[in-house]
Design a protein around this ligand. Sequence first.
Ligand code: GLC
Length: 607
Amino acid sequence: MTPSATQTLNDSELVSALDSTHDVVIREDATPVHAADRPDAAWWRHAVIYQIYPRSWADADGDGIGDLPGITSRLPHLRALGVDAIWLSPFYTSPQADAGYDVADYRDIDPIFGSLADADTMIARAHELGLKVIVDMVPNHSSDEHEWFKAALAAGPGSAERERYMFREGRGEHGELPPNNWESVFGGAAWTRVTEADGTPGQWYLHIFDTKQPDFNWEHPEVRAEFESILRFWLDRGVDGFRVDVAHGLIKEQGLPDTEEERTTMLGHAEHEHAEGEHVPAEEAPRIDHTKRSPMWDQDGVHEIYRAWRKILESYGTPDRILCAEAWVEPQERAVAYVRPDEMHQAFNFDFLTASWIAEDLRAVITSSLHAADSVGAPSTWVLSNHDVVRHASRLGYAPGTPRMNGISATDPQPDRALGLRRARAATALMLALPGGAYIYQGEELGLPDSTDMPAEFRQDPTFARTAGAETGRDGCRVPIPWSADGPSLGFGPSASTWLPQPDVYADYAVDRQEGVAGSTLELYRSLLAARRELSLGTGSLTWVLGYAADVVALTNGSSQHGRVLVVANLGAEPVALPEGAEVIVASGPLEAGLVPTDTTVWARWS
Ligand code: GLC
């Protein structure tokens, strides 16, 4: 074990853990949930991938928006952190109506982020540092400023140009009503009526997201050919894979029938949202009715698209280039269809991200995730935060079971920051002990909370305006990263300008406040990642451990190379003991008299 892997425990804590006289009688379940992977499994089956949100990671030119030269200059931070790869949210030419998820040119870089030469430099530097590079592909929709969409508007109804998007005549006597009842994920109708060249109101086009994000017609061979060519463009530049945006949305049900469902929001369905100030236990929230299939999502036709893409990636040989699906699909049996052997390599595990901080729920989601992934021979993945959800350090600062929120505003009940951080550290320590791949969102290695009191005038997420502020939106998790406690923009860039304001408390979380500080969240992440790598936990097995109270999540991760690692996450109020002889490797917080206190996760050797 490297010294860094034990850094979060001081000597006396370590000794007290070893000397614990509190005997616990625990044993492994007879049947493992998941068998170990091959020790030489392909890199993506166990990789830890760090998500960079380019607008907010590092700003080299001082315009207040992060950029590629900034990213390149900060990559050593990730080498020291110990991740395997980076995934960058979109950096393509874009009017930025949805922070770059509205692409006007898939083969170029937006000037706010730099140039293609900057992208080449960034990719080369990452590779030099041993980091693979995954870029975001946004195939469901383009920007309305994409050449194809501009041509479609100009060419008029019935033209070949309009066939590449989803144009339809309206309903009603004069076509004044949208073609069906679909609502945008960001609020409001999913259709916008255009004004034709002669100045009259004309056809409608579909946009599942913002008005400025027209959906492509994926039944059209030119759309398919274009994206296959775009994939090759980036593969030729050396990228190691693609995170595929809204992978479950590309094909719509034939005839575009009305939907019977509530509006889909970023986190599932609108009915799951909480009313302001109201905390309803999750179990009381209405369930999604899986017997009703949505005409907008998860149509069987999407799969042949990814089979074709997989072939393209495989033609580039080894090491594997990968596809990761962003597919908000339930139940898990349908979600894993995206990672069958001839489709994508990975899919985000949003069931894990949305699970409550309740031991029984975590056990259930870990078991079902591994079983579902194993049923198709894919690795499971694990994720707690990303650019679309409230950061887990804030989410976990509410009572377990509090319905998920689409952003937090100053008028909402505020999370308990200390509690949230404590639980976030324990949750991450649990996550990184699990076999499969894992995703880390920039800033979570600092324990960053969301900005929870951002004034309305700064908000940029289209959902805020489209719902007239009823939904706060995702800006709170997208605030520029604090690199240093002093200096303009907390080291984000050379000027004081930041595209979203940094809360005052962010100085306390700055990288330079945490680097080399025993017990800091940054050092905890480094220790966890070092130990995970050294012990090959990503390719290990998983077996539940029996004998603890129900509010303790206890498991072993085993393999022929590293033996058995015991993982104990205590979600209960009472401290719990480790079994005799267990040797602590790393802990998410200090042990108390050798016991694992509440909201703490410990990894230990256990022979
Ligand atoms: C995905 C992205 C999200 C974006 C949406 C539309 O869900 O993660 O940020 O707004 O797609 O492209």
